[in-house]
Design a binder for this molecule. Sequence first.
Ligand SMILES: NC(=O)c1ccc[n+]([C@@H]2O[C@H](COP(=O)([O-])OP(=O)(O)OC[C@H]3O[C@@H](n4cnc5c(N)ncnc54)[C@H](OP(=O)(O)O)[C@@H]3O)[C@@H](O)[C@H]2O)c1
Length: 379
Amino acid sequence: MRKKVALLGSTGSVGRNACKVLAFHRDKFEVKSLSANVNYKMLFHQAAALGAKNAVVVHDTFFEHACAEKPSDLKLSKGVQGMIDCACDPEIDIVICSILGNGALDVVLNALKCGKTVALASKEVMLMAGKLVMDTAKKYGGSIIPVDSEHSAIFQCLQSHDEKAVKSLVLTCSGGPFRTFSAEQIGKVTLEDALNHPVWSMGRKITVDSASLMNKALEVVEAAYLFGVEEKNIQVVVHPEGIVHSLVEFKDNSLVGLFSKPTMELPIQYALSYPEVLESEAERLDLTALGALHFEKVNPFFPSIEFARHALLCGKNMPLVMNAANDVAVKKFCDGKIAFTEIWNIIEKTMAKTALCELESIEDVRQADAEARIMAENI
Ligand SMILES: NC(=O)c1ccc[n+]([C@@H]2O[C@H](COP(=O)([O-])OP(=O)(O)OC[C@H]3O[C@@H](n4cnc5c(N)ncnc54)[C@H](OP(=O)(O)O)[C@@H]3O)[C@@H](O)[C@H]2O)c1
């Protein structure tokens, strides 16, 4: 029996990689639904190629355009509710969530309430409501399989030994394009410099986050919630070659790591096929051709990982505040309104000025997120 898949955010960087995996394994997976925010032309093309019969266009105006042009055999729905309906369709076995924006949280919480397995790429979900999401999964019997390459690596390494034997998680980090820069050099970088990632080809927001190491900060928080590990037991190590995707340290001081060529297709495929391992189109890794792999400390001029540690130690709304402030700041940087290093100033000040509060419901999350964004805007 083929697993039935809803792929939400199919037109993005992760979504397009997921389409490749699903097309390669047609015998294993049946794609039922896809979604985009605005790019309905690509969405229609993907639906035809993968045989999906349901599609969602989230943006109101583009939904109207899409309705006028849609193929006759495609059922089209609108907005976040359209995505929730696809995710909660009783036929669906696995929901891939690679949506950008706050709608991802509604989709994931609803899917988990229906007991679904969610292959999760969207980082904002764990940042905004890590505890609420994990509690919801537990309460309703849903599960989350990470798609982010580092968390997928950790998830796979954890299969090797008993959970009780884990000492620490080691997240690897390419270091981004400014890995070796001095404070003075970092002060002068441009948007073009920040978008030039040395290892991964990704969407714009995550590429800027990789350059500031805020992506790694978000991943530290994600890892803490996903794997139930304390901040002090999460290490970050710079590994410029991007071959070791992360590791787990066990209590006997041995390390288990996941090695492969950098491609998002592998973590997406593993999330889909888990616990099975399938053939893939990924290039084989020739260790002798690699020669040497390097591991370094994080450049001390980057405060991002310390923000994540502080956010986790505070708990409550602080990871959300860090994420919201970063979102606001990155948008301003991409719009040419602030310098690169101002991203960090905005995050630091927003976190310092926000009072701690509990997030017990999605309404609490929405309100705290809106307040943090206003605070960051004002700063
Ligand atoms: N890229 C990577 O390699 C990578 C790796 C790990 C984790 N992630 C995480 O995965 C998520 C997606 O990243 P990405 O790089 O694939 O982003 P992306 O290329 O910008 O794609 C985002 C997807 O979400 C859709 N979308 C945008 N705004 C939306 C909204 N308001 N409501 C609903 N859908 C919306 C987009 O549709 P349109 O195409 O119509 O705009 C597109 O399908 C992010 O959380 C990112 O941090 C990415």
